[in-house]
Design a binder for this molecule. Structure first.
Ligand SMILES: NC(=O)c1ccc[n+]([C@@H]2O[C@H](COP(=O)([O-])OP(=O)(O)OC[C@H]3O[C@@H](n4cnc5c(N)ncnc54)[C@H](O)[C@@H]3O)[C@@H](O)[C@H]2O)c1
Ligand SMILES: [Zn+2]
Length: 347
């Protein structure tokens, strides 16, 4: 079964098409006349799906130039971006040509960033091949690269013109990479959709329907708050502590695992105020069911401090996303002192 989700933002409307065996060339040709395509992919994904993608694009008249970089977060930086700019300039890529990102969130974020800035902005298409990229990073237009000091510090809002999610590509994903995406999927259930959460509890689901539902939620939130000024913050449920876990582990603990731990800590911290006292346990069970960690070795004080390390000024507040019940969260401003005692309750 194929699904189409319409994303409507202030800057661009586009479709996310989710299905099995999607013909990339045919679908891109439906929105763009033949042109030069810069196909960006990491070495692993290119090895698996690069040739097939090139062939499909060429079949529909696109002139393809493939740029392949070493896989992993360590490539999501300005050095790779600069190499890609030079590659494009050497191939004579002009403003009416197209970027296509084939891969996970690293490829999508990097390609989106280069597309946003090369020749002051070019169109790009996302072909997500990880579960996380399909339900999260490929939709919403946040693009970025990392600096040595921290992740995603240089970036831009730049929406794609089309997202094609062929879930057949998930068959080659390593288990841990799939689990990373699962943490974000559980997050969508926690923030907006009790039924989705219950589907995960049952454990038997159709991956295309799940991707569709998660993308619908992301599209709804981004449609209301494209530039992250208010509602979009709810997508950060579990992420404030999650980012601290990632940093404290020196990025050894992957993002999804860190978010899983973060969601557990903020939910447990709220438990005394929640009507549903089973909530933390239900969350723990679901995450464990999908091979995600639910605790870490770091102290509450370290987690609380690391999470706000850039905002330690006295009197400043942070926005924390707190659960109310499964399927609902609220955004609450907290002082540093409140935040510290809150994390202490959750660890
Ligand atoms: N822009 C956003 O809104 C947003 C949201 C969430 C995360 N992100 C970013 O996304 C990145 C994480 O994304 P990710 O988890 O997809 O990481 P990733 O792109 O590094 O992919 C993870 C690993 O899986 C491999 N891989 C990808 N697809 C595969 C496939 N089909 N079969 C086999 N192997 C495959 C990759 O080569 C890589 O080694 C982070 O940089 C994060 O900051 C961005
Ligand atoms: Zn995330």
């Amino acid at each position: 079964m194929e699904y189409i989700v319409e994303v409507k933002t202030g800057t661009k409307d586009y479709q996310v098409i989710i299905g099995n065996g999607i013909h990339y060339g045919e679908r891109i040709a439906a929105v763009r006349k033949p042109c030069k395509v810069v196909l960006v992919s990491d070495d692993i994904v290119y090895g698996l799906y690069g040739e097939k993608t090139e062939k499909e694009l060429k079949e529909y008249g696109f002139d393809v130039f493939s740029y392949v970089f070493p896989n992993g977060e360590k490539s999501k930086n300005l050095t790779t971006a600069a190499e890609l700019y030079e590659f494009c300039a050497q191939k004579g890529i002009s403003g009416s040509d197209l970027f296509v990102a084939l891969g996970g969130g690293v490829t999508g974020d990097l390609t989106g960033f280069v597309a946003a800035t090369y020749l002051r902005g070019m169109e790009f298409v996302q072909l997500p091949t990880t579960f996380l990229a399909a339900i999260d990073s490929s939709v919403g237009g946040k693009t970025a690269v990392d600096l040595k000091t921290g992740k995603n510090l240089v970036g831009s809002f730049h929406q794609p013109v089309l997202v094609l999610c062929d879930t057949d590509t998930f068959s080659t994903l390593p288990k841990e990479v799939f689990a990373d995406g699962m943490a974000e999927a559980v997050k969508y259930g926690m923030i907006k959709d009790k039924e989705l959460f219950e589907t995960f509890e049952k454990g038997d689901f159709d991956i295309n329907r799940i991707c569709k539902r998660c993308v619908e939620i992301k599209a709804e939130v981004v449609g209301e708050d494209e530039f992250d000024k208010g509602l979009r913050k709810i997508l950060n449920f579990g992420h404030t502590v999650g980012h601290a876990v990632e940093k404290l582990s020196n990025y050894e603990i992957p993002h999804g695992s860190a978010v899983a731990i973060g969601m557990v800590i903020v939910t447990r911290a709220m438990e005394s105020e929640l009507e549903d006292k089973t909530m933390t346990n239900r969350l723990l069970k679901v995450l464990e069911q999908y091979n995600l960690p639910v605790s870490c070795e770091y102290s509450a004080n370290d987690l609380a401090l690391q999470a706000v390390s850039d905002k330690k000024r006295a009197g400043s507040t942070i926005s924390v996303i707190l659960p109310e019940c499964i399927g609902e969260v609220k955004i609450v401003p907290m002082t540093m002192e409140e935040w510290n005692s809150y994390v202490n309750k959750g660890v």
